[in-house]
Design a protein around this ligand. Structure first.
Ligand SMILES: C[S@@+](CC[C@H](N)C(=O)[O-])C[C@H]1O[C@@H](n2cnc3c(N)ncnc32)[C@H](O)[C@@H]1O
Length: 268
């Protein structure tokens, strides 16, 4: 328990004072690895393309919810909130963003001031944890999360909370990295510093889909999307001052079958 709260403190520091989203590996106030189109090896990637890749990951996740205009959605780990604003704008949804970091919520209020003013009642941010979601049962038509579940030690608790806050017939969609089933013992922790420290947890994908099913969710699917993520993200990292860092090892882990990026969906 002591060890677990140390790890949580590191995560909170990373998104608090250290402001991970300000690093050059991210852009546009998004904090994810992105869903990319083809990028020819060796071609210079523009900052606009890097930002577009992160916005596109949001579209890929939220389009899987297949929600009508006006649907009430909850985003888990909304970060600086630019993704939640995109979803409110492009999908015509009413979005509540949840994040445990007060610093991120402060950044979200600032970064989305115009959207908050232009679309009153369509975008709100709340402080709280995805393992104890501060909303009553059956509050939402859809719940989604973009690159955040890797920070949660108890995914079974998240699955139960998602089931609880979804209305009957509601849908869940998420994307982040997991280990492919059958990957077995891998050297990922030796190669990725945030995995070694416990800040990121790389679970077998089948464990998470089993958690969703055990929580009562139906129609659970998991689709590997690594071909749209890792090589292009690595090409971007190679353009930054992190070109010689352990951050380049994500691609190595993917190419060896030790890690992949997954789009996971389920229904209540
Ligand atoms: C990698 S960032 C992703 C942010 C955003 N989804 C994006 O793609 O730009 C992960 C976010 O999850 C938040 N987070 C981490 N653990 C959390 C938890 N247990 N409950 C709520 N938010 C959490 C962090 O504060 C951070 O803002």
């Amino acid at each position: 328990m002591e060890q677990e709260s140390d790890i949580q403190a590191q995560r909170d520091l990373m998104y608090g004072e250290l402001d991970l989203g300000s690093l050059t590996i991210f852009s546009g106030s998004f904090i994810n690895y992105g869903y990319w189109g083809d990028v020819a090896p060796g071609r210079e990637i523009t900052l606009a393309e890097r930002t577009a890749s992160q916005a596109e990951l949001y579209r890929r996740v939220v389009s899987r919810l297949s929600m009508p205009l006006g649907a009430e959605l909850l985003e888990l780990g909304s970060g600086i909130g630019v993704g939640a604003a995109l979803v409110a704008r492009e999908f015509g949804a009413v979005v509540s963003g949840l994040d445990r970091s007060a610093a991120q919520l402060g950044r979200a209020a600032e970064a989305n001031a115009a959207t908050l003013a232009d679309m009153p009642g369509r975008l709100s941010f709340y402080e709280g944890s995805v393992t104890a979601i501060p909303f009553p049962d059956a509050s939402f038509d859809g719940v989604y999360a973009v690159e955040m579940l890797q920070h949660v030690d108890d995914l079974a608790a998240v699955a139960r909370e998602v089931h609880r806050v979804l209305r009957p017939g509601g849908r869940f969609a998420t994307a982040t990295f997991f280990a492919p089933d059958g990957a077995g013992e891998t050297p990922v922790a030796d190669l990725i510093e945030t995995v070694a420290s416990g800040v990121d947890v790389v679970r077998p994908i089948g464990e998470f889909t089993a958690d969703l099913e055990a929580a009562g969710l139906r129609e659970v699917t998991a689709t590997p999307i690594g071909e749209h993520v890792w090589r292009q993200f690595d090409q971007w990292v190679a353009q930054t001052e992190f070109r010689d860092s352990w951050g380049r090892n994500w691609l190595r882990c993917y190419e060896n079958g030790w890690i992949d990026y997954y789009l996971v969906t389920a229904a209540r």
